[in-house]
Each structure stands twice: as C-alpha cells, then as structure tokens.
Design a binder for this molecule. Sequence first.
Ligand SMILES: *Cc1c(COP(=O)(O)O)cnc(C)c1O
Length: 385
Amino acid sequence: MISVPYYPLKRVNNEFGESLNQAVLQVVNSGWFIRGEFCKRFEEEFAAYCGANFCVGVGNGLEALSLILKGYIALGKIKIGDGVVVPSNTFIATWLAVKAAGLKVIPAEPAENNFLINEESVKVSIKKAEQKNIKVAAILAVHLYGSICPMESLKKLANDYGLLLLEDAAQAHGAVAKIGEKIYRAGNLGNAAGFSFYPGKNLGALGDGGAVVSNDEDLINVVRKISNYGSSQKYVHDFIGENSRLDEIQAAVLSVKLKTLDSQNERRVKIAKRYFDEIENDYLRLPAKTNTYKNLSENVYHIFPVHSKFRNELQKYLAHLNIETLVHYPIPPHLQKAFASEFKNENFFVAETLANQELSIPLYPQMTEEEISKVIFSLNKFSPF
Ligand SMILES: *Cc1c(COP(=O)(O)O)cnc(C)c1O
C-alpha cells in the first residue's frame, strides 16, 4: 500500500538536482552573506515576476507584513492605534503583523464558499470599528490557500473609503487576478504586498525568508531602512529600526527556484482539476472553482481544502490509509489565548465553522499519478457511518 505524505520537502527540493547545491556554494565562495549581489538580483527578478517595480528581501513573511505597516506609519499614512481589516480565518501571522506595528486588528468574516473576505464583509467590520471609535486605515487581504481575493471590488472600496489596500500574499506566489482586460499577479494588486518564502510555501527557501513588493517607491525606501536598523547608510540611523533581511544563501536558492515557479504552479492546477473532476462524496465539500487564463490561475493551490462535518473522522480514516493531511487552521486567531481577552465578547461564526470542518489534502507538483489517484479513490469511499 503506497503512502501519500502531505508535503515531502526532500522530494520537492531534490527535483532541482545539483543547482541548489551550486547556488549555496557560490555564496559560500563569494565571502559575502547579507544584502549583497544575490539578494539584489533576486529582488529585481521577483519584482519583475510580480509585474511590480520594487522588492525588498526581508527576514520572513510575518516581518514583511509588519514592515509594510510600520513603513506606512513612518510615512504618516497610518497612525498608531488605527485599525487594519484582516480575515477572521487566516494564519495567525496576519494578525500578529498588525499587532507588531501597534495597530488594531479588525476581523472580517470570509465568504463560506471561497474562504476569502470581500467588499460586503469588510464594510460590516469597518462599521463595527467605527462604532468603537476606531479609525480604519487599511485592508490587509489574505489570498488564503493560494486563491486570489476579489481585488477589483476591494480596490474600489479602499478608494471610496480612503484606505490602503495591502496583500498578504504568503500563500499565493504567482496567482493572478483579472481587472478590466488586464491580468495582475499577486503582489501587484494593492499598495504593497508581503510574501513569505518559508520552506513549505509555493516558492520556498531552505530556511526563513520574505519580501515586500510594491510600486510605491517611498514605502520601499522606508522598508529597506527599517529592516536594516533604520539605517540609510552605514552607522547613520533615521528610524527605530530592526534587523529583518533576506540572506544571500536564501536569495541564491530562491533565484533558482523562481525559474520554475510557473510550471510548478501549473502542475498544482492540473492536480486540482483532477480533484474537482473526480472527487465525489456527499460527506464532503470541495472549494469553489476559480478561473484560469492560459497558463495562469486565480488559484495556485498552496492548499487544497475540503470541508466536512465529519472532518475528524475523515482525517482519521485517511491516516489509516497512510494519507497524511493537515488542518488549516484548527483554532481561529480570536479564540487563541494570545487574543482571547481582546475578542472575548465577539464571535466569528464563519471562521469557527470553517476551523471545525477544514481538512487539507495532499497537493504538490511532485505528486505521482498513483498518489493522486489514491487520494481520490480513498475520499470517494469515505463514509462516517
Ligand atoms: C506563512 C504565512 C505567513 C507568515 O510567513 P512566515 O515566513 O512564516 O513568517 C503570513 N501569512 C500567511 C497567510 C501565511 O501563510
């Protein structure tokens, strides 16, 4: 009986053969390890990939997001204590970034079919914030599971309300949205975007890494300084900064892996298509289908979520068949101890329901047809009774 791992990092990275080893060796031999040629080159490549003008490599995805917010505070576009609208059903790092910048978390409920926030739910949460005398300054839209948020309507809302529109693109490298006749990548759909290169992401480093992508040159300049001790030049410090930089080894590795990101994402989309076409079981629900434009997709399937009232039984059943699954995420942020006192009088029913029903099944470019078939066959045979 074959087993299907959730995400076998060794297999994923082995596909690059010797080129990752060589990238690491080149950096070792260069004798320069922080913010040198490799980081500069990757920043240019990744900005161009996203279709944006600028990119700054930073330490990780959480800090990419908090640096954007701190940057806009330094530029006077957000004030300490302002509110930032975030999804109620995201990975906790989205919320932590808002806190790290001294801002208030304003949760918005996702739609039940695609798990993403939208114009209506953001409006509801802005109204709730205003009733508590919190001024909302920004929307931080999360392209959860690799699926692009409804950015056209969020952009319009942000314009109407005078808000910044920011992207948490940590799960959505390469995903696209069509606005008018034009196709835009994640990272080029708002004022600024934060990316993570955590090893398990669609574009993953061999350690921690992140990036801020934007067309806003003022923001990029400030983020570059804040992430480097607030320094404009060596030993001259304009801001209370921090240390959050993408190191040369990770940048060199990411340059190698970026070359195949689109083809890797295409393979993810193909597997998702098989799941949509072939999985059929009344005890579970598949995610909403999304659009593709030639080889580009609104959803790059960082995660393929299925939902079931019998989620725990389903997970146990699959584990029994040696199919590894994960839950993204079992406890929504507002119910975490870290946030419990702040949100004890609020409930986010959609987020709570999704957290109780979500199960992520294996989906990665290196899956064999045999593995994909086994996942489909097993899901179709599931019964909780
Ligand atoms: C991974 C992730 C982050 C944080 O990225 P790190 O590099 O792990 O700090 C933020 N937001 C979302 C949605 C993520 O999935």
